[in-house]
Design a protein around this ligand. Structure first.
Ligand SMILES: CC(C)(COP(=O)(O)OP(=O)(O)OC[C@H]1O[C@@H](n2cnc3c(N)ncnc32)[C@H](O)[C@@H]1OP(=O)(O)O)[C@@H](O)C(=O)NCCC(=O)NCCS
Length: 399
């Protein structure tokens, strides 16, 4: 078995058929493969590896060069997608080998973080990934926002299709990337599909001429549902403007649904608002995202409270080693084993998933222990809480 990187043109006949078998309704008409050619430009910059046996592709895996905010730092992140192996070649270690090489290569190119949507989280926990919160869907009748219609709000709404409004859409996502922990964006060659598909409405809220909120949506018919995407707002005023816009659909649609961040509180948006907030996580297709730290460089310089802990990272291809994590300057400093001996701080042992859970703010150190992702004595827990205060990440991007 050998592993090699595909050229973009080879995808059509090599990785796409494996992925189509794994993720789509099959079998398909024999000539339908050609229709997937339209999808090629959106994969152009991906790194796609295949495992081949006797010249035939038996498994494939791709990484998308993305960017993600980790506690305020925008860092290169490898979005892993399209893992598939041929049904006759499963459970032979092909995907494990592909994952190792894929992440080796992405790290060499500077991707210090990685994220994915798992078919089964325990499969990826062994590769150092940990679960992040899933976004929630808030569903409500637009009538319940009627009171908002009487409020005079400064600012303006702009309504267009996603094709026409793409530049504003992209610029606002880039702004959220800088502002929101966990937020990730796709590379331009992939994101631009939103413009090319042009199949959703885009409403933006501008305050003093600056975009502060955004929602894309579709309506499935008169008396039906206004199905919104992520309701993104960098200010309460912008969110109120968007909700006011949704309220104007009273008597047109029966219900509105929007996707909100895990820490958003729709029940506080308006008095008398009846709202159902739902998080659906099922296997294999409705998954919460997972992420991992691929290099300790990702943590250097992050804001931290004054804590100090020696951490031994075990069983990981990329992070194994002993480090001193020091937050006494207000910024995380990472020192490798050589300088650990000089001080004697509390010590903890963590898996890569355990460290990732703390870095992403997804779990408390006590939960890391309960979940079997580390051995953390009480004194080290106190230090780690100072170094990695709980902060809920919001990935937002789907890939
Ligand atoms: C999931 C899938 C990619 C795994 O591929 P594979 O080539 O069988 O995986 P590997 O043989 O490299 O497995 C690596 C390890 O995970 C284990 N494993 C594989 N599939 C597993 C599963 N469904 N559940 C739990 N463990 C699993 C293997 O036993 C192996 O363990 P080991 O390291 O102790 O030997 C493959 O079954 C597939 O194509 N499924 C359909 C598409 C899909 O779900 N893709 C993933 C999208 S996120």
């Amino acid at each position: 078995m050998s592993i090699r990187r595909l050229t973009p043109g080879e995808r059509l006949t090599t990785s796409f058929p494996l992925q189509a078998y794994s993720f789509d309704e099959t079998p398909r008409p024999a000539d339908e493969a050609e229709s997937m050619r339209d999808w090629l430009p959106y994969q152009e910059g991906n790194r796609t590896l295949v495992a081949e046996a006797d010249g035939t592709a038996v498994a494939c895996a791709s990484a998308i060069p993305m960017r993600q905010n980790l506690r305020g730092a925008v860092l290169p992140m490898a979005g892993v997608a399209g893992l598939a192996s041929h049904p006759l070649a499963r459970r032979q270690g092909h995907v494990r080998d592909l994952m190792h090489q894929l992440l080796d290569e992405m790290l060499d190119e500077g991707h210090v973080l990685s994220a994915l949507y798992p078919f089964r989280p325990s499969f990826y926990e062994r590769f150092g990934y940990v679960g992040l919160p899933a976004p929630r869907t808030a569903t409500f009748p637009p009538d319940d926002l009627a009171a908002l219609l009487r409020v005079k709000l400064p600012g303006e709404l702009v309504w267009q299709r996603t094709g026409a409004g793409y530049d504003e859409y992209a610029a606002f996502h880039d702004r959220c990337l800088v502002q929101r922990h966990g937020f990730a964006v796709l590379p331009e060659y992939r994101r631009i599909r939103v413009r090319d598909d042009d199949n959703r409405w885009l409403v933006t809220a501008r305050v003093d001429g600056v975009t502060e909120g955004l929602l894309t949506y579709r309506i499935d018919g008169y008396g039906g549902t206004l199905e919104g995407g992520h309701l993104l707002a960098t200010s309460p005023l912008a969110r109120a403007l968007l909700l006011q816009f949704l309220a104007r659909h009273v008597d047109q649609v029966e219900r509105v649904s929007v996707v909100v961040a895990p820490d958003d509180l729709p029940e506080l948006w308006a008095t008398d608002l009846g709202v159902v907030c739902e998080t659906r996580v099922t296997r294999p297709d409705e998954s919460a995202p997972m992420a991992r730290v691929l290099s300790m460089d990702a943590l250097a310089g992050l804001p931290a409270d004054a804590g100090c802990c020696r951490v031994e990272l075990t069983g990981d291809r990329w992070l194994a080693g002993t480090y001193l994590l020091d937050g006494t300057t207000g910024q995380l400093e990472i020192r490798s084993r050589a300088s650990v001996g000089a001080v004697d701080p509390p010590s903890a042992t963590l898996t890569a998933a355990g460290l990732s859970a703390l870095a992403y703010g997804a779990l408390d150190p006590a939960e890391v222990v309960v979940r079997g992702l580390g051995d953390v004595p009480t004194d080290a827990m106190l230090e780690l809480r100072r170094l990695f205060p709980r902060e809920l990440p919001y990935l937002c991007a789907s890939f």
